[in-house]
Design a protein around this ligand. Structure first.
Ligand SMILES: C[S@@+](CC[C@H](N)C(=O)[O-])C[C@H]1O[C@@H](n2cnc3c(N)ncnc32)[C@H](O)[C@@H]1O
Length: 497
């Protein structure tokens, strides 16, 4: 059944004789059940409770040599192997237990915990879900599933699972702790602060990052309730020794509140921050976006300053936190139409995430971007024949190059009316050349500047603006996460007439 070695029956019988002689209680249990296996199991449990895991494993394997078909014994053995960090053995033992009793919720829970420790998320998730099917009130399974989904960044599902575990077992501090972090991601600041307070009350004091998050949550919640100035004044008192720079708190409050639709509070913070630095193009533009001012494109000073500052963290933030993979998705779509290009342009190339994807199509790739910080990162990454610091439309209008692929991943979101850009792109392309782009999707006919400072476009607007192109393919997708939620977008492949 398994590669776990059980002692032979003769050896176990010798052990039983010896135990009977030395432990009167052991003999009494054997007599009561008329069988030595239950007595060996009791002995194993006593060893286990007292932390003598090796001795417990020996007792359980001895018991199993006399009762190989006992699923509970196999589960007990799995649990002590797990306590001994012998996870592969634990896995083997729990699988035998489940073969013998496939509907035992406790055994599925053991499998889930062992698989979780082995980083086998798929097995662990399936096992947690099986426990919940068999016993919907199994708080530990809801919590295990929630923590696993949290690690996988499936935040909404994780939040639902952790909430269920808190409802079922209110006194588990770890569940409140996870609820605090997940509520913060879901921008539910009141629940976040409450959950952290319960975690601290029920278990240990919070660690410093969680205390900081709690202070932010209380501050952001007060702002949402209309007390922006007071919240900032009270922040230091709430955060105590964990306090962060007040300017950073105000900046993050602005972006969090604008992303979560609390535009009045965000605008008040935005005005305050602009009054401190009236010449700051980032502060001005983001305030404009939050109050709904319309414009043709994001100002170039904003793009430069924002992306110069952001460049060193761009890759880890986009690829990690925001789950961004437009370059790879778009390159796959391009490959469905053509696989060789003579001259490729990565428009708004940023840190060069697309370079690796595009190199397989040809050797001449040019990157254009307004931000020298981003271009410096792209240069480190490599893959470009040339990197040019220029505004995109200006470059397209003046270049002598004629491209057969223009690739614009997540850069059209900084343009409102796409007409001028697409006309300029057409002028810099050979007939039959491909243009691959991504957009955030807006309702209606036109485009809109969102509080995030990014534009969203309707497919109608793209079609109207792309008079020199025919759309070969458009695919709905999530471009990235924003405030923990997926941003709906489109990847589009167009061909130059
Ligand atoms: C969100 S990043 C995307 C970068 C890269 N395409 C990627 O997929 O990782 C947007 C990039 O577009 C650049 N950008 C925005 N507006 C621009 C413009 N008008 N001209 C040139 N580059 C621009 C920014 O500097 C930034 O590097």
């Amino acid at each position: 059944m398994t590669n776990i070695q059980l002692p032979d029956v003769g050896t176990t019988e010798a052990l039983v004789t010896q135990l009977k002689a030395s432990l009167p209680d052991f003999g009494r249990i054997v007599d009561r059940y008329g069988h030595a296996a239950p007595a060996l199991r009791q002995l194993g449990l006593v060893h286990w409770e007292n932390g003598r895991f090796d001795a417990a494993a020996r007792a359980f394997t001895s018991a199993l040599s006399l009762a190989t078909e006992d699923p509970d014994l196999w589960r007990d053995l799995a649990s002590v192997y797990s306590a001994l960090d012998q996870d592969e053995q634990a896995l083997a033992a729990i699988r035998v237990s489940l073969e013998l009793a496939p509907d035992n919720a406790q055994s599925w829970q053991t499998l889930a915990s062992v698989a979780d420790r082995l980083d086998d998320a798929e097995t662990a998730e399936g096992a947690y879900r099986r426990v919940i099917d068999l016993n919907p009130k199994a708080a530990a399974a809801h919590l295990g599933l929630g923590l696993l989904l949290f690690r996988r960044k499936s935040y909404e599902a994780a939040l639902a699972a952790v909430r269920a575990s808190v409802d079922l077992d209110y006194v588990n501090g770890l569940a409140h702790f996870a609820l605090g972090h997940l509520s913060f991601i879901a921008l539910d600041f009141a629940s976040c602060a409450r959950a952290f307070d319960e975690a601290a009350r029920l278990t240990l004091p919070l660690d410093a990052p969680s205390r900081q998050k709690r202070a932010r949550a209380i501050t952001f919640q007060a702002m949402i309730e209309g007390r922006v100035q007071e919240a900032l004044q009270e922040y230091s008192g709430i955060a105590g020794d964990d306090r962060e720079d007040l300017d950073v708190i105000a900046r993050d409050a602005f972006s969090v509140l604008s992303a979560s639709g609390h535009l009045e509070a965000a605008a008040e913070i935005g005005r305050m921050r602009l009054a401190e630095k009236p010449d700051d193009p980032v502060r001005r533009y983001l305030l404009d976006a939050v109050v709904g001012r319309t414009m043709a494109a994001a100002p170039t000073e904003y793009i430069e300053q924002y992306f110069d500052q952001f460049a060193p963290q761009f890759d880890s933030k986009l690829l990690g936190t925001l789950q961004y993979d437009a370059p790879s998705q778009m390159a796959k779509l391009v490959a469905g139409h053509r696989d060789r290009f003579n001259r490729m342009l990565d428009l708004g190339c940023g840190t060069g995430l697309a370079a690796e994807e595009l190199m397989r199509f040809g050797s001449t790739l040019i990157g254009v971007d307004l931000s020298s910080g981003m271009l410096a990162e792209a240069a480190k990454r490599g893959g470009y024949a040339e990197l040019v610091k220029s505004e995109a439309v200006a470059y397209l209008q003046t270049t002598q190059d004629r491209f057969d692929l223009i690739f614009a991943a997540d850069s059209l979101i900084y343009f409102g009316d796409l007409g001028p850009l697409l006309r300029a792109a057409a002028g810099a392309m050979v007939q039959g050349g491909l243009l691959a782009l991504s957009i955030e999707v807006a309702e209606g006919q036109s485009f809109t500047l969102r509080p995030s400072g990014r534009f969203a476009h309707s497919l109608e607007h793209l079609k109207t603006a792309a008079t020199d192109f025919v759309i070969l393919e458009s695919v709905e997708s999530h471009i990235r996460l924003e405030a923990g939620r997926p941003v709906p977008g489109l990847y589009v492949i167009l061909e130059r007439h």
